[in-house]
Design a protein around this ligand. Structure first.
Ligand code: ATP
Length: 209
């Protein structure tokens, strides 16, 4: 499955289902998932039918079965560990955030070049960047987050891929260059904020029409 928007929709369905399960829901309809994922119910049924997931005659699905199916399709029926490179404000915030756990994602360590950031005894340990290779190889880590300043991003990325990291979430505006088999997702917070400003300004000018 290579279609990014389809993957994003399946992830949204799964997160909505986990919430419903926590509320003790046993059955769910495509309408409920459509609302949660911001798509039409026809889209939900289409996405599910592509993967052979069928509801019962009245259009409902079992919450537990759906979560299991989606986890299997998304390859997320086990936990995954990430490391963070650059333990500044963004890196630290990500390392402190405990909301990833419910999705089976754990940030297991941080790496930095500034000795004042090293903290091997912390809940999420912070090590010297020079220890990254050893840590990643030993713990078979395949995922990483880049939260260094823009000028240092490519260098940090290379250290990561040379150690065996295969998927990276890049919080810097840098366009990273690397091997084709490495998956890079970019989050440019500044452009995201600027795009909100742009669309709000446009809406203001057109009086919301
Ligand atoms: P702070 O308040 O800690 O300075 P910040 O988010 O404003 O946070 P940045 O300048 O964006 O700081 O740097 C983020 C982190 O990346 C810092 O902890 C910095 O030491 C670290 N860093 C800088 N260059 C590298 C590098 N090449 N490899 C790893 N970490 C780096």
């Amino acid at each position: 499955m290579r279609n990014r928007s389809c993957v994003m929709r399946l992830l949204r369905y799964k997160n909505a289902l986990l919430k419903l399960k926590a509320l003790n829901f046993v059955r769910v309809f495509s309408d409920n998932l459509a609302d949660a994922a911001g798509v039409t119910s026809a889209q939900v049924r289409k996405d599910f039918s592509i993967f052979g997931i069928t509801g019962n005659r009245r259009g409902g699905y079992q919450v537990g079965d759906l979560i299991e199916n989606l986890s299997h399709i998304l390859g997320k029926d086990k936990d995954y560990e990430f490391i963070v490179v650059g333990v500044g404000n963004i890196g630290k915030a990500l390392m402190r955030y405990d909301g990833f756990e419910k999705s089976g994602i754990k940030i297991s360590a941080g790496f930095d070049i500034d000795p004042t950031k090293y903290d091997p005894g912390a809940a999420v340990a912070v090590y010297d960047l020079s220890k990254l290779n050893e840590y990643v190889v030993k713990n078979k880590i395949r995922f990483g987050i880049i939260a260094v300043p823009e000028f240092a991003a490519q260098q940090a990325f290379e250290v990561m891929i040379n150690s065996g990291i295969k998927g990276v979430l890049n919080f810097t505006p840098a366009r990273l260059k690397g091997p084709e088999d490495c998956i890079i997702n970019n989050i440019n917070l500044e452009t995201e904020l600027e795009s909100i400003i742009y669309f709000v300004n446009v809406a203001d000018k057109t009086g919301g029409k």
